[in-house]
Design a protein around this ligand. Structure first.
Ligand code: NAP
Ligand code: ZN
Ligand code: ZN
Length: 349
């Protein structure tokens, strides 16, 4: 049973401390890999702060993991020692229900063997799961992705959640040539979304709180940049957008955003703020508009996204931090000060 160093929080105050956790020896169909880098997703923060409801502590978050396989079970066929791999938000599901068979393992409907989340969940061994702020993890091979050689580890880690969370709805709702797509909020998710939508061939517009990150937005592939703080200029977008993806981590005015869509346009929300949102239903009926949601993506789609990023040169802009930096990093993410994803170097533990 390998003991590994990890960073945990003992409560919702999110003061992270170094600790040791025990990982299981890989079973016949499992791989053990050394986590080299782990991204800090805003979902880690919502979870660890208890904003989505009660959670068990101590908590080791992290669902954007990238590293190298060092042990494989006897029946593992898809991976070998030395392979570059990544794991995202979940590490198991039933494999048999309609959702699993359709490649939506995140929506597994099994009662006996439902989706096991990478942390804050209960594994098949009956033990609480612990996430990627750790130096290694044991995972069923079916829930592990190959990281293409063209992608460095530290830039791959955020793709395992942020990447697929934007890739999936952009693809599903037809981001591509001839489409005007807006990404709302240019944080960890948003800045990857701008790159993905641009590489899919869409005309991309960023809507951020302020104009402070405009140069970066244009560099990521946007053709224009707007600020929620400048309603007059934002109003020029009224009725012009085919698709919007909101990555905003706080409650915002949905009626205001829906006005910017063309008739028949789609607003997909991926942001998961702590508090409920409201909207006027006439914001949807006027113009046959669609308000949709999207949650990460399945394993096959995550692999497809990684391959797309390698082929098209999509890569998160990351700031590498140490284990001791995690506590401060949480506050900076909440204040939109991260450029654009904090990635923990686990060799600093
Ligand atoms: P992030 O890096 O903190 O980015 C969130 C962005 O939201 C900020 O950069 C900011 O954009 C914008 N924002 C924050 N407060 C705002 C406010 N009061 N008004 C307007 N805009 C505001 O977080 P992230 O890691 O990208 O995650 C974003 C959200 O998606 C979180 O709620 C997270 O839990 C959720 N999420 C969902 C999924 C899913 O599967 N659906 C997966 C991962 C994460 P600007 O700085 O550009 O203004
Ligand atoms: Zn995430
Ligand atoms: Zn299932």
């Amino acid at each position: 049973m390998p003991d590994v160093l990890a960073y945990a929080t003992a409560d919702a105050s999110c003061q992270f401390h170094r600790t040791t956790i025990t990982r299981r020896e890989p079973g016949p169909t499992e791989v053990y890999f050394e986590v080299r880098y782990a991204g800090i997703c805003h979902s880690d923060i919502h979870t660890a702060r208890g904003e989505w409801g009660p959670v068990a502590y101590p908590l080791v978050p992290g669902h954007e993991l990238a590293g190298v396989v060092t042990r494989v079970g006897a029946d593992v066929t898809a991976f070998a020692v030395g392979d570059r791999v990544g794991v995202g938000c979940f590490v198991d599901s039933c494999r048999a229900c309609e959702q699993c068979r359709a490649g939506h393992e995140q929506f597994c409907t099994s009662r006996d063997a439902p989706t096991v989340w990478t942390y804050a969940s209960v594994g098949r061994d009956g033990l609480p799961t612990a996430g990627g702020y750790s130096q290694g993890i044991t995972v069923e091979q079916d829930y592990v992705c190959h990281i293409p050689d063209a992608l460095p580890f530290e830039k791959s880690a955020p793709l395992l959640c942020a990447g697929v969370t934007l890739y999936s709805p952009l693809k599903r709702w037809g981001a591509g040539p001839g489409k005007r797509v807006a990404i709302i909020g240019m944080g960890g998710l948003g800045h990857v979304g701008v790159q993905l939508a641009a590489k899919m061939g869409a005309e991309v517009i960023v809507i951020s709180q302020t104009m402070a990150k405009r140069e970066d937005g244009l560099r990521f592939g946007a053709s224009d940049y707007y600020a929620l703080s400048d309603p007059e200029r934002l109003g020029q977008l009224r009725g012009t957008l085919d698709l919007m993806v909101s990555t905003v981590s706080a409650t915002i005015d949905l009626d205001r955003l829906l006005r910017l869509l063309k008739p028949g346009g789609v607003l997909v929300d991926v942001g998961l703020p702590e508090h409920a949102s409201t909207l006027r239903l006439s914001s949807l009926t006027g113009g046959n508009k669609v308000l949709a949601g999207s949650q990460i993506g399945g394993i096959a789609e995550t692999q497809e996204m990684l391959d797309f990023c390698a082929e098209h040169g999509v890569a998160p802009q990351v700031e590498i931090i140490t284990g001791e930096d995690i506590t401060a990093a949480y506050d900076k993410v909440v204040r939109s000060q991260v450029r654009y994803r904090y990635v923990i170097d686990t060799s600093t533990f």
